[in-house]
Write a protein that binds this ligand. Structure first.
Ligand SMILES: [Zn+2]
Length: 111
């Protein structure tokens, strides 16, 4: 088994956040990228940081943009569409296919 497959979050997953400023907000977002070696992920619409733009030809005045910052994968839970919340998952192999399964309702995420 590769190190990659041990992560419970993958690109394109819908996740919810369980720690930090947005904890308990019930906000969900799509995983845009996973950085397995850093155990971090970039989630659409979450954890915005303000970035200062340097003055360039395109932005002669410089400026500030808001951009998603990566966050620790351990702070993210897979969002279960049946439970309507972030859930812990188990790994199962059903019908010959490996999948992540909701520990609460049994929903298969990768089926
Ligand atoms: Zn569930």
């Amino acid at each position: 088994m590769s190190r990659l497959s041990k992560l419970h979050i993958r690109k394109d997953d819908i996740v919810t956040i369980i720690a930090g400023d947005e904890k308990g907000s019930g906000k969900t977002g799509k995983v845009l990228a996973v950085m397995p070696e850093r155990r971090r992920a970039l989630v659409e619409g979450m954890n915005f940081i303000k970035k200062t733009l340097r003055k360039t030809q395109d932005t002669p005045k410089g400026g500030i943009v808001e951009k998603e910052a990566s966050m620790a994968i351990s702070n993210l839970l897979l969002f279960c569409p049946k439970c309507k919340k972030g859930v812990r998952t188990a790994r199962v192999v059903e019908t010959g296919k490996a999948s992540r399964k909701c520990r609460k309702c049994g929903h298969l995420f990768d089926a």
